[in-house]
Each structure stands twice: as structure tokens, then as C-alpha cells.
Design a protein around this ligand. Sequence first.
Ligand SMILES: O=C(O)[C@H]1NCC[C@@H]1O
Length: 345
Amino acid sequence: MEFPKLPPHDGPVLSVVDMHTGGEPLRVIINGYPEVTGDTVLAKRRYAREHLDHLRKVLMFEPRGHYDMYGALLVQSEIAEADIGVLFMHNEGYSTMCGHAVIALGRFAVDYGLVKSPTSPETQINIHCPCGLVKAFVEYSNGKTGAVRFHSVPAFVFATDVKVTVPGFGEITVDISYGGALYAFVNADSFRMDVSKSRTRDLVDVATAVSNAVKSQVKLHHPVSDDLAFLYGTILTDGKDAFSDEPTANICVFADAQVDRSPTGSGVTARIALQYHKGLIQLHQTRSFKSGTTEALFTGKAVQETTCGEFKAVVVEVAGHAYYTGAASFTLENSDLLKDGFLLR
Ligand SMILES: O=C(O)[C@H]1NCC[C@@H]1O
């Protein structure tokens, strides 16, 4: 029998390569999507949200995905320096930055021939994310790809010591920082919780309550585009922000109560900006960040001071490993009442 033989189906076949970075899934869409139009990657993100959202649900939701699935769709970039453009998708919509995806896409781009002449010991690939150009450096030797590090867009602290009222907990103090997306940071201790030991479901509920409080009580803004001025999630930490050789743990809850299994590349970027802003880490000091869920590690360091509009900013380098888990071709049948996807909580 010819394998894989496609089952009876109606409509397009959506082909993907599945990967994970520190346990966080990445479904890279390689075929079957219609053209995503728009003059810029940010405009393409708007187009996908307005015209192609049914396909996000098909690929992210059950029965083909699950509540915490994450995806990447490669698109044309308008920037000459970019090797590829990308849109990120999750359980609620389309994010502006995703570090775990950049780490996986770095390997994918080299392994799948998107970079014409890979170089050893590292191949650079410029990935145009909705937040801007991200430079990834992929270990490459003897034809094999390995660890990936990336330099993200300028990361800055939006505000520190912001007081918000969180139902059930009263007044809580958070910091808000940007690493390609805006996050609220709070020590899990404020809720008498531990990011590595408390039940994930309890951490998700608290982080979601914080996100809702910040969204309704704090006016956010971004100097480059209004499309970047929204709170993507809340990161609960172990509070170990002062520099140390020991890893510091965090858990990121983003989009619609979605849990990152990885230490969160954009979160590490934003957290280092915060630590740098507070004088807790110096340029080029490498810190390890551990996922409270899987214990997977990323490293991160601030490598350069810069600015983003009116904000003092830093360029942050994040590094980690991604792995392939398979490839699939997804189909649907018109008579299937659940063909469009569904989520369970
Ligand atoms: O690593 C990251 O930056 C992403 N992981 C899921 C949530 C963030 O977009």
C-alpha cells in the first residue's frame, strides 16, 4: 500500500512539520494555506485574523490540535534583509513574537533548504516576525543543525510597580515589560504559590486573573505600532531576579489561558530587559531560565543597549534547543460536524 495514502476528504490538504522547543509545540505549516495578502508582515497578520481564521482553528484546535497548540505560517517579508517572514498562531489568535518558535524555525529553515548556503559552525537566518526582524544563529556542522540563539527586537520596560486589583487577591504589584510582546511579571509568592511546585491549573487561574486585571486597568502603548500594544500574557516567576549562576524559574500563561511549556523566549527577553533596567544583570552576563512546567532551560543575556521610541531598551540574546516530532497532512470532510475544530477547557 502506498503510504501515507490520503483518506477521503473535501477541500485543501494542510501539510505540517511538528516540532517542540522545551516541550512547547510548534506546528510549522508547509502547504495548503491560501496566499496571505498585505504589504507588511503586520498587515498579513491582520489579513489572517480577518480572512483565514477558520484555518487556524482547523490546525490548532481539536481534533487535530489541542488547547495549548502553537503554529507558525511562513509568509513573504517586505524587508530585504529577511530570509523568511512568519505569522504565529495560538488558541486565541496571532501573536507578535515567539521565541520558542524562532528557535525551532531556525533549525527548520536550514534543514528544509530555506537558506541557500548554510555555513559552519553557525548559519544566520533573519526571521521577520510581526514585531520586527529577529536574527537567529543556528549551529550547523557536518550537515546537522543544533542549538539556536537569536537576537530579538529591542526589549524595554513599559512600567514597574504597577498596582492592579485582582479579584480574590486584592491589590497586586506587577512589572510590565516588552520582548516582542508585552507581559506582566509577578512573583508567584504574591499568591503564596510556587512556579515549579504548585498545580499548573492553579497557576493558570492566577496568571489569567492578573492578565485580565492589567488589560482592564492599564493603558498600554507601543512606540512602533498599535498592533503591538496589547498584553499577551502574565509570567509568574520565582522572584530570583538578582544575577546568579542558578537558573530562575517562570511560567508563562498567554493568549486564552494557554500555558507555555518552554521558558518562553519572548518572556525571557522581556524579563532580562526588566532585570537590566533594575540593575540586577549586566551586559553579557548569561542567565539560565527554567520552565516551571517541564524544567526545560533557555539561556539569555543582554548584549547591547539601544532604544525603542522613547524607551531605553536592550537587545537580548536567547538560546535553546528544538526537536522534530513528526510530519502530517491534515484533511477534513464536509459532513463532519466537528470539522472546523473545537476546544475543551
Ligand atoms: O517562546 C515564546 O516566546 C512563546 N512561546 C509561547 C508563548 C510565546 O509566544
